[in-house]
Design a protein around this ligand. Sequence first.
Ligand SMILES: *Cc1c(COP(=O)(O)O)cnc(C)c1O
Length: 397
Amino acid sequence: MSDPDPTSSFMGEPDAAGRFGSFGGRFIPETLMPACIELDAAFRDAWADPEFRAELDGLLHDYAGRPSPLTECGRLSEQLGLRLLLKREDLNHTGSHKINNVLGQALLTKRMGKERLIAETGAGQHGVATATAAALMGFECVVYMGEVDMERQALNVFRMKLLGAEVRPASSGSRTLKDAVNEAMRDWVATVESSHYCLGSVMGPHPYPWMVRELHRVLGDEAREQCRALLGGADPDVAVACVGGGSNAAGLFAGFADTDTRLVGVEPSGGAAIGGGVPGVVHGMASYLKQDEWGQVEEAQSISAGLDYPGVGPEHAHLSEIGRAEYFAVDDDEVVNAFQVLTRTEGIIPALEPAHALAWVIREAPSLAGQTVVLNLSGRGDKDVAQIMDLLKGEAK
Ligand SMILES: *Cc1c(COP(=O)(O)O)cnc(C)c1O
């Protein structure tokens, strides 16, 4: 393990072994090593190719709807005593930031001459985004999803099927997201000649954490430019995002890493890998993860299925260790409050995931007085409305 180098530029490339300081790397079976090496080379080549970049930019613009706007929150800013700006990833096609990553990996799949996509999904959002890209490109698509999650997110299962994907239940272990990742990796080992594993966050073995962050960098770069245009060339005081695996936060942070902007990631208190985890190895990477006293990976528990991941991307572990980013946890009731506050004051129904980031802003408002805060609104709340309805009904009784 190498020492973290605080003098190196923040959020550049990992080292040759895919490490960010002492995190990241490739902890995978020998059978997957050639696939990861091939993918690394293919992405490196594509990312340096202006034609690939132009094709991806075209899709992001004409298909996904980029650039997403930056919305100034007038009423809520006044209420909180700070200046709140929202980066509107909720307005992207399929309703979240996930499409940025998926379109990039789908184009890369085509470039590698493969025509089958494998994905894992928890709440179903990444599965829907991957099935969407597969329909667009004419690829076969298999999505692994924990049996328990399939029951909880039946509507997204049906969406994926409508889009032409096959949804395969992960029926081992806790039958949730971490088991779906294991199943997806197993499929990839067996089908690597024809298949690309379209991983949904900044996690897994190198090059995924780096590649997925670069594919989401577009949202951070846009946000920085939009902030500078609005703030007379200045950067915001704080950039804040929710953290599950950490991809939307990584995209936002990448836009501000070399500025003086304070970077804040917000985890659910029931799944706080950085706040409450320990260094360990899971899903091919070294990072922080929630483990029990026997070293078994623990289940994450939160109101938001999209943040129920027991680990966190290795670059976040590194950014935390070197002090460039800070990570905090919020409780479910703070999240439900934030969800309602944004809905009522700004007419924007957020997904429960970014409501975590807002919950932190609301809690910290007194210490952030007068500051400008850019918050990545990673997704829209349509998928969560039924859950909130049940919850509030229960409270009214
Ligand atoms: C999936 C998802 C997340 C969590 O994933 P990250 O990789 O941490 O960004 C956050 N917000 C929304 C809306 C999601 O769909």
